[in-house]
Design a protein. Structure first.
Length: 143
């Protein structure tokens, strides 16, 4: 049975804490996406790895649109929350090389102006992945 079939068969019921965290995560992603397109474009360019074949600005804009979409989906697609949780976890995994590149290439951005700060930030990406999976009950769909 696929995640899509599980989503159609029965909605995943969520607790109040999971719902609150899911909505907060969605709002944070939407805000980050909006800032990709507006006030923090230059800061986000520091995270684009050199191996990405697109222009860094195009990459920042595309990831901003993806973040806005995922944020909105986390907040609004309650019946598909498990699927959206898996997509968010994959997204957080896909952008992790950008965080690694920022650390390896000593690029400042978002107040991360030392290698220690940039390295500590790396530790939070697995937390974001776990939060996305937990808040959406996505792990229930693995059964």
């Amino acid at each position: 049975m696929t995640v899509r079939e599980i989503d159609r068969r029965r909605p995943v019921h969520s607790s109040v804490p999971r719902t609150i965290v899911r909505i907060l995560l969605g709002a944070a992603m939407a805000w980050a996406g909006i800032s990709h397109l507006t006030v923090a474009r230059e800061e986000f360019r520091a995270q684009v790895p050199e191996f990405v074949p697109l222009d860094p600005d195009v990459t920042v804009l595309a990831s901003g649109v993806a973040e806005i979409s995922l944020g909105a989906a986390l907040m609004l697609l309650v019946r598909r929350q498990a699927t959206v949780g898996w997509v968010a976890a994959v997204f957080f995994t896909a952008i992790f090389p950008g965080n690694i590149a920022q650390w390896l290439h000593h690029r400042d951005g978002f107040g991360l102006d030392t290698d220690t700060k940039r390295f500590v930030r790396l530790l939070f990406q697995p937390v974001l992945i776990a939060v996305a999976l937990w808040a959406t009950n996505a792990l229930r769909t693995r059964r």
